[in-house]
Write a protein that binds this ligand. Structure first.
Ligand code: NCD
Length: 313
């Protein structure tokens, strides 16, 4: 993969994706062997929005590679509270770190931040925009459980504000995947994402009822309604609780159906589903570590090659 920054899944070709997933699989097979790869290097974590999995798995990934992390902390405890701009924050943290991970509530913020830094910058979620590293671990999980070619994938929930959905939908166009989108009318995929899917020639269908398509699915990717992104709480209340699955719903699914969710869940998947062979969402969250180890290793390797003309292999 020859990318300086990872901002959007639209940057990733099939070869890029496979390179990251293959390296993640090597890491998964023998994680110890990778300890020391990034010794002496520091990853800066700048999270302007809440995060558990993404922040902790980036932190773990860098440490398992032998590197260290520095964390801006919460917005409340940082200089952002004093009115510092995003541009200034990333320019300062760049001076402390060899790579940056940024999560921010504004769509387009990660792209903007790359204008101010030379070290690799990874978008860990920009508002309702993109979340490309989530997509890499989603694809890794899909490849392990259902494969990535000749598969039928359903993506359900908040397709409008869900950044994991926007990234996943675009990355899946690199594979032979039939995509079914299931949501209330008001939370359909944004026009721009639909346009890109159409342009790429993707096989896409939209539905309001999961049961129209559930029996055909190899993978069902469930998402949370993104309450914090609704301009009007009443609009949220109109759709809250509408798109949920339980074990009765799954009677209509293939035995081999893989159920995924980027987490956190609210009430979209009944806890009784957790004990079924369909449930892969905790495995999916754990896959964040090898996949982010692979990505960080590749980006830091590229950055070193760019500045010294040497690789460390
Ligand atoms: C997602 C996010 O932050 O976009 N979570 C995550 O990174 N695993 C999904 C969500 O918040 O619903």
């Amino acid at each position: 993969m020859r990318q300086d920054h990872l901002i959007s899944a639209t940057q990733l070709s099939r070869a890029d994706i496979e390179a990251v997933l293959d390296r993640a699989a090597e890491i998964d097979a023998d994680t110890e062997a990778w300890h020391g790869r990034r010794r002496g290097e520091i990853l800066g974590l700048c999270f302007f929005e809440p995060s558990t999995r993404t922040r902790m798995s980036f932190d773990t990934a860098m440490k398992r590679l032998g590197g260290r992390t520095i964390d801006m902390g919460s917005v409340e405890s940082s200089s952002v509270k004093k009115g510092e701009t995003l541009a200034d924050t990333v320019r300062v943290v760049e001076g402390y770190a060899d790579a940056l991970v940024l999560r921010h509530p504004l769509e387009g913020s990660a792209k903007m931040a790359t204008e101010f830094v030379d070290v690799p910058l990874v978008n860990a979620g920009d508002g309702a925009g993109q979340h490309p590293t989530q997509t890499l671990l989603d694809l890794y999980t899909m490849r392990e459980n259902a494969g990535l070619d000749d598969v039928t994938v359903g993506i359900m929930g908040d397709l409008k504000y869900g950044r994991t959905v926007h990234s996943l939908a675009s990355a899946l166009t690199n594979f032979d995947v039939r995509q079914h989108f299931v949501s209330p009318e008001s939370l359909r995929l944004p026009r721009s994402v639909r346009y890109d899917l159409h342009e790429s020639g993707a096989q896409v269908r939209e539905h309001t009822d999961l049961h129209d398509v559930l029996g055909d699915l190899d993978v069902l990717y469930v998402t949370r309604i993104q309450r914090e992104r609704f301009p009007d709480e009443n609009e949220y209340l109109k759709v809250a609780g509408e798109y949920q699955i339980d074990t009765d719903d799954l009677d209509a699914a293939k035995d081999s159906l893989t159920v995924m969710h980027p987490l956190p869940r609210v009430d979209e998947i009944a806890p009784e589903v957790d004990g079924t062979t369909h449930a892969k969402y905790f495995q999916q969250a754990h896959n964040g570590v090898p996949v982010r180890m692979a990505l960080l290793d590749m980006l830091l390797e590229n950055a070193r090659t760019d500045t010294t003309g040497e690789t460390n292999e």
